[in-house]
Design a protein around this ligand. Sequence first.
Ligand code: FES
Length: 415
Amino acid sequence: MKDIASLIRDASVHSSLYADPAIFDREMETIFGQGWVYVGHASEIPRRGDYVRRTMGLEPVLLIRGADGIHVVANRCAHRGNLLCQPERGNRRTLACQYHGWIFSPDGALLDMPLSSIEPDESLHLKRARVDSYNGFVFATFNPSPIPLLEHLGHAARALDRQVNLSPEGEIELRGPWIKHLFRANWKMLSENEADGYHVGFVHDSFTKSVGTPGKYGNILSGEEDRITAVVRYLGNGHTELDYGPTYDRPMTWLGVDETRYPDYTRDMVGRHGESAAREIMRAGPPHTFIFPNLFLAETCLVMIQPLGVGETVNWHTPLYLKGAPEELNRRIMRQGEVALGPSSFLTADDAIIAERQWRALKGSPAWLDLSRGQSRETTTDGGVVVSHYTDETPNRGFWRCYRDTMAQTAQPTL
Ligand code: FES
């Protein structure tokens, strides 16, 4: 195993971090095996027994609601490893293995071993993760003594607050389908790209021109760099943000409409937050926030990043549903997600082409990669958030600092 710290400098990283299978395996043990990982939203499993299939790194897990709350357990029988639940989602009061009939409760406890003379004991329970949630967003970890979830989220918790604040009832749900797009590229290329404003004017040039807002989205090719007020932020703990907010000049422009179209919604929001805060929420719209290592909130869409292998990653995407908001507004959010992030959309399809080409090029030719843009003009707030022009590589540099520190940790025994 290479010394990973030696592959990360202040403003450059070595390409083997994307292409070396041994480093990928170590990431699965350390980042996805020991840290907090996003696994789903409470609204996906509203009734007792509801479950959805997810992964934590390469580990198949079930997010399942038991009588006593939400659990995350391995979707792999503790006997000889058979997959317990095959459908993507369903409702099961108990988890019965089809191979030899062992039965587990939703919290992973072994309840019965047919035709066996030994008593079920704890060593035969399903592998269980520690679970916590914030505003309904559920995270899990196999680390037996993790830092508190809120500490891990840090400044990124605001991004989850902003999402629920867009709902007149202060609640969001995941009701839409998940759209999945396979990228033949390393998972970190997707993670880094989420707060990379630098590429937007180039890779998404056709999109910004087609929606008629090249300046707003920052086509730096047009010489408008100094006029653009959008920013990037490094929030700490690997979390990053790209905030177009200051660029929008009218309420609701982030959805391509204005507030006059939704008078009742606007009234509800003002009643809930007060005039000025409501206008700020609606004016700015939620930024693009990446929560390390696998959650991305893109305005009103949610993206999960699922590594499959060193050069294979699945991008899961679904719209957020704002409870209490007009149905037409929620439909618009769904359409916006399809146009922006679906596999046949402008943005994801364009990003996939670049990521796949980049990964193939890096795989064959080891090199140091430059991340120095904007190094001399970033500023740090009192709270420790690093802010810079939205085309700067500030988020990348922060991401890699966190990555280096996380990978330096010794793997602990899992739960
Ligand atoms: Fe599940 Fe044997 S593998 S009961």
